[in-house]
Design a protein around this ligand. Structure first.
Ligand SMILES: Cc1ncc(COP(=O)(O)O)c(C=O)c1O
Length: 367
């Protein structure tokens, strides 16, 4: 095993800086104390600011992984007797359907292949066909394959209707070039880890004006994930349930680090540069990428397993060399693996990835 830290090349949890890890040790704090109220206020202001949504979107912070934010967003956006339209081209689109179904919310679906971006015109047609849709839900970056969906174009279509546009931006926020200020997103779901480089365990939804109204009209479908109770509590500096205080400390520090290092423009540039670096390596190594170039995200690359190499063998060889990669999901698990350049990763470790991959592929083949 190498002396240097293991680099996580999976799409979250992502590696974090020492500064963010140290923040976990700021100390014990009761969430009913004024220090927590200040911490919460800083984070609630910081999140929309980092994503260029200050003044248009209000943050609701929840203790739970990204799926908690997705669930809160869906169930708080649909009124009684109304439905959700899910744009589905991957595991996370499917998850939105499972969430709605679990809560008895009727679902319409616009489905496309996992390697094909959603078609905005199909969304327009579905909205014309179904007059009961209260929310259109779309994943920005489908982490399943590393595919980007056209949220700006879909947002323009949804904005002209009564439906809210709910975006699962969990693996896209602060990573992808699309400036969310240019997207008509009513609810945007994100997490503390991934592109913001905080610790996993907290997630959030950013609510625009239309969504803040809708939250109060949707029925209470869950005690824990009822956005209306978070809105009411957080505006008073309170949270309805015991929060992961230490993860909030880390998020607070991650937001400070994000802004000090140049904010949204600098972070997305870093992700673009990393993607170019590693994809150049994949090309030199003859590795084939699943998704066509124009639709690739800035982090996840879905790669065909080289001939005569199993995922398990490749994973283990790369881990010996200091890198954790990730399996393909669902129907793609047998033939593909994923490499994701998310989180705090020293540049030289990404440069060294090429050699590690070359050696690991040879070793996994038994050369
Ligand atoms: C696009 C997307 N949505 C939702 C989730 C779910 O997040 P979590 O695993 O934190 O619940 C993920 C996780 O990777 C994701 O990539």
């Amino acid at each position: 095993m190498m002396d240097e830290e293991l680099i996580l090349l999976n799409p979250g949890p992502a590696c974090t800086s020492q500064r963010v890890k140290d923040a976990l040790l700021r100390g014990d704090l009761c969430h009913r104390e004024p220090e927590f109220t200040e911490l919460l206020a800083r984070i609630r202001e910081g999140l929309p600011r980092c994503l260029n949504l200050a003044g248009t979107h209000e943050a609701l912070l929840v203790t739970g992984s990204g799926t908690a934010a997705m669930e809160m967003a869906v169930i708080s956006s649909v009124r009684e007797g109304r439905s959700v339209l899910v744009v589905n081209n991957g595991v996370y689109g499917e998850r939105m359907i499972k969430i709605a179904t679990a809560h008895g919310i009727p679902v319409h679906e616009v489905r496309s292949e996992w390697t094909v971006p959603a078609d905005p015109e199909a969304v327009r047609a579905a909205l014309a066909e179904h007059d009961d849709v209260d929310a259109v839900v779309c994943v920005h970056h489908e982490t399943t394959t590393g595919l980007i969906n056209p949220i700006r174009e879909i947002g323009e279509i949804v904005a002209g209707t009564d439906a809210l546009f709910v975006i699962d931006a969990i693996s896209g926020t602060a990573i992808e070039d699309q400036d969310l200020a240019e997207v008509a997103g009513d609810v945007i779901c994100g997490t503390a880890n991934k592109g913001l480089h905080g610790q996993p365990g907290m997630s959030f939804i950013l609510c625009g004006e239309r969504s803040l109204r809708r939250i109060t009209e949707a029925p209470v479908r869950s005690l824990y994930l009822n956005a209306a109770s978070y809105l009411q509590g957080q505006r008073k500096g309170d949270v309805p349930f015991t929060p992961a205080v230490q993860v909030c400390y880390a998020l607070d520090e991650a937001i400070a680090e994000f802004e000090e290092s140049g904010g949204f423009a600098a972070r997305t540039r870093l992700y673009r540069e990393r993607a170019a670096l590693v994809r150049g390596q994949f090309e030199r190594l003859g590795l084939k990428v699943l998704v066509d170039e124009p639709y690739r995200s800035n982090t996840v690359t879905m790669i065909h397993l080289p001939d005569n190499v199993t995922y398990a063998a490749l994973h283990d060889e790369l881990k010996k060399r200091g890198y954790v990669v990730y399996a393909g999901q669902g129907q793609l698990s047998a033939d593909f693996f994923r490499i994701c350049t998310m989180g705090e990763i020293p540049w030289h470790r990404l440069e060294q990835l090429e050699e590690a991959l070359r050696e690991s592929i040879d070793a996994a083949r038994g050369v």
